[in-house]
Design a protein around this ligand. Structure first.
Ligand SMILES: [Zn+2]
Ligand SMILES: [Zn+2]
Ligand SMILES: [Zn+2]
Ligand SMILES: [Zn+2]
Length: 437
């Protein structure tokens, strides 16, 4: 007799197969159970999802989950993760810092008072405000000091919009350990100076948009990416140096920085992005205003993408030497004199470094010989010449006696006359020289 399967084992097999099928499906995707006969199949049409129902509430540190159900067939469901909320800390300065001693601050999470944290306030003066400015669970903190200096320290990224529009910040200092500045993090700020530190790699889009305080941006070699419009509309910006490892400068990075005189690229192959913009964007605006670099001189190594960009946009290009300098043709800073060398100073337009070279002494420029004492048959004469460069040098020489003539030479009266005349000649010359100088 053939052994047949009982209905119970059949059911078990089906369930097992179904379970295996379900396990194959990746989490968080749509799951199709068997069609509900009361709900018509909507083959060829997308599901119509309801508003969703939170099935796991996110906490500060763990994500939650929301479940959606199809309005056409309730057996179609999908789940989506809700990101962790992160802590919402309230910071209190428990011991303030001074210029020489660090302080401390503690934080209690508004979402859950069991979450607490503390920080050491760096010794940079008296802090007026401290807090957390990171993204997710990284450890970027800030302290704003009495003098208006904002110091960002710790590690990781500064979150997007973190300090947007903070007009009370006068100087920004980014500590080592910070690697990224989020989008718009410092847009519409007014600080006069920025120290980017030495670990920053990424500057987000619009990060310093419409900041009109600072005149210089000197990016460290650690920076790789500068986002779209990162320094756009920085109306006092005169000089930007993109470091040796900048790979990408985003579209409109220096948009409408009309005071810009120098943009320096220490990586010859930096890609300067410039997208095609539908023009004109606003009435009266010309399309080429939406440029990555609007003006000034571009400094870079010859032959790379930077030079190609400058040429394409008609921007003046100056090639850097092997060390990254762009020295001028030299200016005489100490004039040479007739006898002493002068100094010529060559200055780098990029970093301001300078070196000097000697300028050879000019030597005297002599006048013609001028006779101060006429020679006679009895006496030698004298002549002098002076330096026309005004160094007050005079040279004299003797003029030989006149050859004797056969005429009666012993006339004492004539000799006295000659002598008197030469005496007055000498005084006259002396006067003339005095007034010449
Ligand atoms: Zn559906
Ligand atoms: Zn919390
Ligand atoms: Zn230089
Ligand atoms: Zn001279």
């Amino acid at each position: 007799m053939k052994k047949t399967r009982t209905p119970v084992s059949l059911l078990l097999c089906t369930l097992l197969a179904l379970l295996m099928l379900l396990m194959l499906l990746p989490l968080g995707t749509v799951s199709f159970a068997a069609e509900d006969p009361s709900n018509p199949s909507h083959e060829g049409r997308d599901c119509e999802w309801d508003k969703g129902r939170t099935i796991t509430v996110p906490t500060c540190t763990t994500p939650g989950e929301v479940k959606y159900t199809c309005k056409i067939n309730a057996l179609h469901t999908k789940t989506e993760a809700i990101p962790a909320t992160n802590h919402d800390y309230e910071w209190t300065i428990t011991k303030n810092s001074t210029a020489t001693a660090p302080g401390t601050a503690t934080a209690v999470c508004k979402n859950n008072p069991a979450h607490t944290e503390s920080m050491t306030i760096p010794a940079r003066g008296t802090a007026v405000e401290v807090g957390y400015c990171g993204t997710g669970l990284n450890h970027a903190y800030y302290a704003l000091y009495e003098d208006g200096t904002l110091f960002v320290f710790g590690a990781g990224a500064i979150k997007a919009f973190a300090f947007m529009g903070r007009e009370d910040v006068h100087a920004l200092v980014i500590g080592d350990g910070i690697t990224e500045i989020g989008s718009s993090a410092f847009a519409f700020c007014r600080f006069e100076s920025i120290d980017f530190g030495n670990t920053l790699e990424t500057i987000g889009s619009l990060a310093f948009y419409d900041c009109d305080g600072f005149e210089e941006v000197l990016l460290p070699d650690s920076v790789k990416d500068v986002g779209d419009c990162a320094f756009g509309l920085s109306s006092n910006l005169k000089k930007v140096v993109f470091g040796r490892n900048v790979e990408l400068v985003g579209d409109c990075a220096l948009l409408q920085c009309y005071e810009l005189k120098q943009s320096v690229f220490l990586n010859r192959d930096t890609i300067i992005v410039e997208k095609e913009h539908p023009a004109p964007v606003q009435e009266g605006a010309t399309p080429n205003l939406l440029r990555t670099i609007n003006g000034g001189t571009v400094y870079g190594y010859a032959g790379g993408s930077v030079e190609a960009y400058a040429n394409e946009k008609g921007l003046p290009f100056v090639a850097l030497d092997a060390e990254g300098h762009a020295f001028d043709d030299g200016v005489v800073t100490t004039k040479p004199t007739c006898t002493e060398d002068g100094v010529e100073t060559f200055t780098c337009a990029v970093c301001g470094d300078s070196y000097t070279a000697p300028v050879a002494a000019t030597g005297h420029e002599w006048s013609e010989w001028i006779v101060s004492i006429n020679p006679t048959e009895q006496h030698e004469g004298q002549a002098y010449r002076y330096c026309k460069n005004g160094c007050k040098q005079i040279e004299t020489k003797t003029i030989d006696k006149l050859p004797e003539t056969n005429e009666e030479g012993g006339n004492i009266f004539q000799q006295i006359l000659d002598w008197v005349q030469s005496f007055f000649d000498r005084i006259g010359e002396a006067f003339r020289n005095l007034f010449r100088f």
